[in-house]
Design a protein around this ligand. Sequence first.
Ligand SMILES: Nc1ncnc2c1ncn2[C@@H]1O[C@H](COP(=O)(O)OP(=O)(O)OP(=O)(O)O)[C@@H](O)[C@H]1O
Ligand SMILES: [Mg+2]
Length: 352
Amino acid sequence: MMSGLVQEKDGYEKMKGTDEHHVSPSSGQDEKQSGLDEKQVLENIDNTLKDTDFPIGKQYKGKVRDNYLLGDRRLIVATDRLSAFDRIITALPFKGQMLSQMSNYWFGRTRHIIRNHLLDIPDPNVVVVHECKPLPVEMVVRGYLTGSLWRAYAEGQRFLYGMKFNADLRKDQAFDHPLITPTTKAAYGTHDTPISREKIISEGLVEKNVYEQMEEVSLKLFSFATRELEKNGLLLVDTKYEFGIHEGQLMLMDEIHTSDSSRFWEEEFYERRFEAGQDQEALDKEYVRQWLLSQGFKGDGEPPTLPTEVIVKAVLKYHTALERITGEPLAVRQGDVLERITTNLKNKGYLP
Ligand SMILES: Nc1ncnc2c1ncn2[C@@H]1O[C@H](COP(=O)(O)OP(=O)(O)OP(=O)(O)O)[C@@H](O)[C@H]1O
Ligand SMILES: [Mg+2]
């Protein structure tokens, strides 16, 4: 039904990154204050975790996380690397810790909906999880018409992901119900590809009954988080879930409702900005994407170096998201990140 209609072949990260709206990296009047201060970020500007190389298990390095495969378990280190347009751009102080904290928060709060992979948190940047057999489809759930979906729609496409869209929709408009726009999970270095539910099932990527369960769970998680975030004045715009099979059963894996896997907008500005056709106040990495675009970077060639002020602002945005999502500020730890992680992993028996 949809093959040939969806021309966009790039991944969710990439797709999320190419909105061509106006760039305003400087502080807007709608900016909210956060707790972690500029001084602390500046003091730690070079204290970032860029890379790890522990002598355990089989290594798999994702763009953001270093994975150590330990048989039926996996140790995942959230580094401070920032990816955009499917490229590693820079490292942001405290980013790994903040993302881990967000994800762990949601893993703890969604167990009534679905089992998840989390087993242990030996360090603020590290989780130990059940090794799953990953299902090859990423479940992207969207509450609003924005990002790559908006771009495809604005190009005139009306059949997307196996669904038909009305002709009178506007950028950033809320859908009546959240939509699932699945993508196939790309092998390293390639982009994820949009796919329809029909194709996922007919091509046997995921068994029908399992896929139906993934749909049900994804929508439940999305509506749960939507309601929770509303209490904190945040809109959950879209997000991505990854599932695997563990001991024959569906399990939620990877990360959940973080600033890397989701878009969050400030509820209080939404309506006014939507009516005025202005961009939303985003608490995800959109700020960095927009800055990169303002420098003419769309993923090809050498990424530009982020000026200190852009790094600081990006870190403070992640921190605002963390505080607003979890209700708790970052526990700032002094000292070298890699040293701390190494000590914690040794003490807990994960490193010799
Ligand atoms: N419990 C789990 N079992 C198996 N694989 C997992 C589990 N949790 C997460 N993963 C996988 O581990 C990786 C996490 O690293 P990261 O997200 O940085 O990689 P990535 O950038 O998504 O990888 P790639 O760059 O290929 O997409 C992902 O490939 C994710 O699918
Ligand atoms: Mg990933």
